[in-house]
Design a protein around this ligand. Structure first.
Ligand code: PLP
Length: 459
């Protein structure tokens, strides 16, 4: 495998490729065997749906280990990883500082259901560098953090309705697992069975980047809106970059109507900068949710706000929220080690520069070849879109048919040792573990894969 990767990756940046050739399929024998077994244990064989590879070719790869920017699957195939466990691994896999801190803390036991100094340490690391929140509460996942933030907003405002945007994902809580109906401002239609209509009716779904729709919703539901929730960097349905003007407008309309603005920064938090999107756009939300990166690869989420808003949370206030494993010492340890690395000077500058050089070079190659292909990017997040639109800022601008091209590209990339999340709606992440050499290799594989997708060399 390694030998064949070496051969594929010779050549320099943006040099036109001649006759990109179809590569043989990687072996998936062991993964396929494990998948057959896992289907007998789990619905669809997985513990989270996208892992089932339904939107791409082949059966899911079962991962055996990760180190730095590399992954190895059960068949021994090696990949340069751009999925990063869906975002948390900003330092790459198995980072020594994270691993060592976790091992050190584990020597003392795994969970006590009582406070530890580690919670204070992680909270201090977060709050010391973040002017947007003053108090926080740790949870065990992003979903829990968002669910708690929504309850907090409702408890604080004594209102029930929530505005969310089509194309933003906030985890699998009932209130937000809803999609737009037909029309500009609609009550959510549940996007999963099992959600009562009465719950979906409290959620108003509108298109992203549409000031008129937000105004209409506030007029229609005057004094009923507890909160507007948005991923300020929507990165779950492609990368639907919003303007600062739109986010500023959300801030001001929420203030005017005494509704809270929730920034769901489970992806963007500590990714587009230490202060996340709030810092990037310099906008003060009322509540912020984080997850992924703050756990260094272990299950952690959190939400934070001003002292006044957070004083509503139990046991100080009337909004109940709890968790057996909240603030778990091992997870705290991973977070402390990871955020300590991120707080070092130039961490984000270096990572973001490396990412923009990488994606700009891919864009130049696609443009030079007249491929209908754009790379959208912010910080160390990027998204491959098979489009000729200059920008895509709302879900409706994505052509679902373009996902066929991603599907082809995904196969070509895997066959060249490059691992992306198995859906064209998912973004990619660069980590500090991706060296220039690996990014160079990845670029060559991406160029070749684009050639094959656009020149139709594979049936
Ligand atoms: N919010 C956002 C923006 C997310 O991207 C996700 C997960 O991808 C969540 C919430 C839910 O987080 P978790 O999967 O940890 O429950």
């Amino acid at each position: 495998m390694l030998e064949s990767i070496k051969k594929i990756f010779s050549g320099s940046d943006e040099e036109p490729l001649v006759n990109s050739t179809v590569k043989p399929e990687i072996s998936r024998e062991k993964s396929a065997e494990l998948y057959e077994k896992s289907k007998t244990y789990f619905p669809g064989g997985v513990n989270s749906p996208v892992r089932a590879f339904k939107s791409v070719y082949g059966t899911p790869l079962f991962i055996q280990r990760g180190d730095g920017c590399f992954l190895w699957d059960a068949d021994g195939n090696q990949f340069i990883d751009f999925c990063a466990s869906w975002g948390p691994l900003i330092l790459g896999h198995n980072h020594p500082a994270v691993r060592e801190k976790v091992i050190e803390v584990m020597q003392n036991g795994m969970s006590f259901g009582a406070p530890t100094a580690l919670e204070n340490q992680l909270a201090e690391l977060i709050l010391k560098h973040n002017k947007f929140i003053k108090k926080l509460r740790f949870t065990s996942s992003g979903t829990e953090a968002v669910m708690s933030a929504v309850r907090l907003a409702r408890g604080y405002t004594k209102r029930d309705k929530i505005i969310k945007f089509e194309g933003c994902y906030h985890g699998h809580l009932d209130a937000l697992l809803v999609k737009a109906g037909s029309g500009l401002v609609t009550f959510g239609e549940t996007s999963s069975a099992g959600i009562p209509k009465s719950v979906a009716d409290e959620t108003i779904v509108i298109p992203l980047n549409n000031i008129g729709a937000v105004e209409q919703a506030f007029e229609q539901f005057k004094d009923q809106i507890a909160a507007v929730i948005i991923e300020p960097v929507p990165a779950n349905n492609g990368l639907l970059l919003q303007t600062k003007e739109f986010l500023d407008f959300l801030r001001s309309i929420c203030t005017k109507n005494k509704s809270l603005l929730i920034f769901d920064e489970v992806i963007s938090g500590f990714r587009v900068g230490f202060e996340g999107a709030a810092g990037y756009f310099d906008i003060q939300p009322d509540i912020i949710t984080y997850g992924k990166i703050i756990g260094g690869g272990l299950p952690v989420g959190m939400y934070g706000a001003s002292e006044e808003i957070m004083s509503m949370i139990s046991p100080e206030g009337p909004v109940y929220q709890a968790g057996t494993l909240s603030g778990n010492p091992v997870a705290m340890a991973a977070g402390i080690a990871q955020l300590t690395e991120l707080s070092k000077s130039n961490f984000y500058k270096d990572l973001n520069t490396k990412t923009s050089e990488f994606v700009e070079s891919i864009q130049r190659y696609a443009t030079a070849n007249n491929y209908k292909f754009k790379v959208f990017t912010i910080g160390s997040i990027f998204w491959f879109a098979f489009t000729d639109l200059e920008s895509i800022s709302c879900a409706e601008d994505i052509d679902p048919a373009s996902m066929e091209k991603f599907k082809m590209m995904h196969r070509e990339l895997l066959n060249r040792g490059i691992y992306f999340g198995p859906s064209g709606y998912e973004v990619g992440f660069v980590s500090s573990a991706h060296s220039k050499t690996e990014l160079e290799k990845a670029k060559r594989a991406i160029f070749e894969s684009l050639d094959i997708v656009f020149k139709g060399q594979r049936a």
